[in-house]
Write a protein that binds this ligand. Structure first.
Ligand SMILES: [Zn+2]
Length: 261
């Protein structure tokens, strides 16, 4: 198929795909929030679509739901343009997506996010809705901890200081955006933000007081040496890790629900 994005397909094409074995949906949640002086506010949305479509191709028999654009971004709200949903609204949107796809007959629903702030809520929704729809396999992708560890691993692989891929508008996100479209990035505005470990009291402050309490330009990491080539390396490693995590969770679910096949 040309596209796996359901929003680009007609209902007839979606029905045809389902009859041909496409019984899984990937629901990605992103954010609309500040990404420092050099990246646009739809950064997580752009990355979310790229990750979701690639992941759907890797997993086979999987279609992609419209990416949920605004997410949980309370800690970015002191910068203009950022949106944040109330936690119950965000959860409600994800629940309504799941209800729709269950009703249409999809058997597997995979939740993931291109924005760190959504991970916890998605884990909770997956757990609760899994109980709500016991016949539907509902799983999530890699955890936030796994992603954080992966960013440290990326810095090591590239031989750059820890925290270069700090997690927000950093070398990782900027390189991914360059990979997608060089024009997304204001190269002359790239600026180093907070570089170092983000843990313990600092991480608490990050979520409680906002990103600006750690970096006044809203950047966690150092994007000044980002490149499209790095973006391609990062993307390949992360996507493979996501695929592995999801396949393991799908297998575990089916082992625990032998009657669902
Ligand atoms: Zn981001």
């Amino acid at each position: 198929m040309d596209t796996l994005l359901m929003e680009r397909m007609t209902w007839k094409e979606i029905e045809g795909a389902m009859e041909g074995g496409y019984d899984s949906v990937l629901i990605f949640a992103a954010s609309v929030e500040q990404h420092g002086p050099a990246l646009p506010e739809f950064t997580d949305t752009a990355i979310g679509y790229a990750e979701a479509e690639d992941l759907a191709r890797r997993l086979n028999n999987t279609l992609v739901a419209p990416v949920i654009r605004p997410g949980l971004s309370r800690h970015h709200m002191c910068f203009p343009g950022s949106l944040t949903l109330r936690p119950e609204v965000f959860r409600g949107i994800v629940e309504d997506y799941i209800a729709a796809y269950v009703r249409h007959g999809f058997r597997t629903i995979i939740l993931s996010s291109s924005h760190g702030g959504n991970f916890g809520a998605l884990e909770e929704v997956a757990r609760e809705q899994g109980e709500n729809y016991p016949q539907t396999c509902i799983v999530t992708g890699v955890s936030l901890d796994e992603l954080d560890n992966l960013l440290i691993e990326m810095d090591r692989r590239e031989g750059q200081p820890e925290g270069t891929c700090g997690g927000h508008a950093c070398d990782w996100e900027t390189s991914l955006m360059m990979m997608l479209d060089e024009d997304y990035v204001r190269r002359d505005r790239l600026q180093k933000g907070y570089v170092g470990a983000l843990a313990g009291e600092l991480l608490e402050r990050f979520f409680r007081d906002g990103v600006q309490s750690i970096s006044e330009i809203g950047v966690i990491g150092d994007p000044t040496r980002a490149s499209a080539e790095k973006g391609r390396r990062y993307f390949e490693i992360y996507q493979a890790r996501q695929e592995k995590a999801i396949r393991e969770k799908l297998e575990a679910w089916h082992a625990a629900h032998p009657s669902a096949e």
